[in-house]
Design a binder for this molecule. Structure first.
Ligand SMILES: C[S@@+](CC[C@H](N)C(=O)[O-])C[C@H]1O[C@@H](n2cnc3c(N)ncnc32)[C@H](O)[C@@H]1O
Length: 210
C-alpha cells in the first residue's frame, strides 16, 4: 500500500498489535455459504485473524487476504505457513477506502468489515462487484446486534437486511440469487462469555455475461 498511514491504519494497526494472534476457525456465515461452491480464487476483505482464509485454503481455494493492518497480515501468513498452505494464501495490505486489489475472483467475502473509522463501503463494494467473475459470489456479513463485550455503541441502530442492501447501491442488473437476511448465532467472548447475536447476511451471485 503506497502513501502515508491512514486513519484506518492508525486505528486498526495498534488494535491488532495489542491483541493475541487469532487461532479461531472460519465464521459460520462463510462456511454455510461457501461449503457447496467449487473452489477457485477468493478475496477475503478485512481478513483480521485469518480463520476464514485458512479454512478456504484448506478447502482448495486460492485466497488473497487483505487488511489495513500489517500485523494482521503477517499473522495470517504465519498461520498459513504452519498449516502448510502458503501456496494458496497471499496477503496484501490496502486501506480499502483508498485502494483495491487487482484481479478477478470467484468469491469475495467481507465478514464484519466494519470500522469506527468511517469509510465509503458503497464505493468499495462497487469495486468488489467489478472484480467478480461471472457466476462469482459476493458474501457480506455485518452485525445486526451488539455482543455485551463489543466495542460498538450498545445504542447502535443497525440497518435491516434490505436497508443494508439498498445502501450499498449495487447495480441490480448485475446480480442473481440475491439474498438479504438476518441470522442468529451464539458468539463466544472474553472470559468465557457467551451471547446470542444477530448478523445481517447478504449473498449475491454475479450474472454470467450476456
Ligand atoms: C471487525 S474486524 C473483522 C475481521 C474478520 N473478517 C472477522 O470476521 O473476524 C474488521 C477487520 O477489517 C480491517 N479493516 C478495517 N477497516 C479497514 C480498511 N479501511 N481497509 C482494510 N481493512 C480494514 C481491520 O483491520 C479488521 O481486521
Amino acid at each position: 500500500m503506497a502513501g502515508d498511514s491512514s486513519p484506518a491504519e492508525e486505528f486498526w494497526e495498534p488494535h491488532h498489535a495489542a491483541s493475541q494472534p487469532g487461532t479461531g476457525g472460519p465464521g459460520p456465515v462463510l462456511v454455510e455459504a461457501v461449503g457447496a461452491l467449487t473452489p477457485g480464487d477468493a478475496l477475503d476483505l478485512g481478513c483480521g485473524g485469518g480463520g476464514d482464509a485458512l479454512w478456504l485454503a484448506e478447502k482448495g481455494w486460492t485466497v488473497l487476504t487483505v487488511d489495513v493492518s500489517a500485523t494482521a497480515l503477517a499473522r495470517v501468513a504465519d498461520r498459513a505457513a504452519s498449516a502448510g498452505v502458503t501456496d494458496r494464501v497471499r496477503t496484501q495490505r490496502h486501506d480499502l477506502d483508498a485502494t483495491f486489489p487487482q484481479g478477478r475472483f470467484d468469491l469475495i467475502s467481507a465478514q464484519f468489515l466494519l470500522s469506527p473509522v468511517p469509510f465509503d463501503r458503497a464505493a468499495m463494494f462497487g469495486r468488489a462487484a467489478a472484480a467478480l467473475r461471472p457466476g462469482g459470489v459476493l458474501l457480506i456479513a455485518d452485525h445486526a446486534s451488539v455482543a455485551p463485550w463489543s466495542w460498538a455503541d450498545p445504542d447502535t441502530v443497525f440497518p435491516s437486511p434490505d436497508e443494508l442492501l439498498t445502501g450499498l447501491s449495487l447495480d441490480s442488473e448485475l446480480w442473481e440469487d440475491v439474498r438479504a437476511e438476518n441470522r442468529d448465532r451464539v458468539s463466544d467472548g472474553p472470559g468465557g462469555q457467551r451471547a446470542t447475536v444477530t448478523d445481517t447476511v447478504l449473498t449475491l451471485t454475479r450474472r454470467a455475461e450476456p
